[in-house]
Design a protein around this ligand. Structure first.
Ligand SMILES: [Zn+2]
Length: 103
């Protein structure tokens, strides 16, 4: 967890930490795939990256691998950050369940 000040100086930065999990849409126990520590600066821009992901789809996408089911959700990293991580942050969610995302 970082708490560095926002780089752009337009407001307080908010450090967020969200767990990337899979439940196979409620079919198995909550399984942690990765942890996403990130910083939302005063301009709303999000920086950070998951601590664990596959990059075999290229650096521009994140592929997560669930050990309990066959899901290997892959998502464009900008879509992932700017849509799903942002939505989870704004909702104050501690978990982001990838099995419910339209990957
Ligand atoms: Zn799963």
């Amino acid at each position: 967890m970082t708490s560095a000040p926002g780089r752009h100086g337009h407001g307080p930065a908010t450090a967020w930490s969200v767990a990337i999990v899979c439940t196979d849409r409620g079919q198995h126990k909550v399984t942690r795939l990765a942890h996403y520590d990130h910083l939302v600066d005063g301009t709303g821009s999000i920086s950070g990256k998951p601590d664990s992901f596959d990059v075999n789809g290229g650096w521009h996408s994140y592929t997560f691998h669930c050990p309990r089911c066959t899901r290997r959700p892959a998502c464009n990293r900008h879509t992932f950050i700017d849509t799903y991580v942002r939505r989870a942050s704004e909702a104050g969610a501690a978990h982001l369940d990838v099995s419910y995302l339209p990957f």
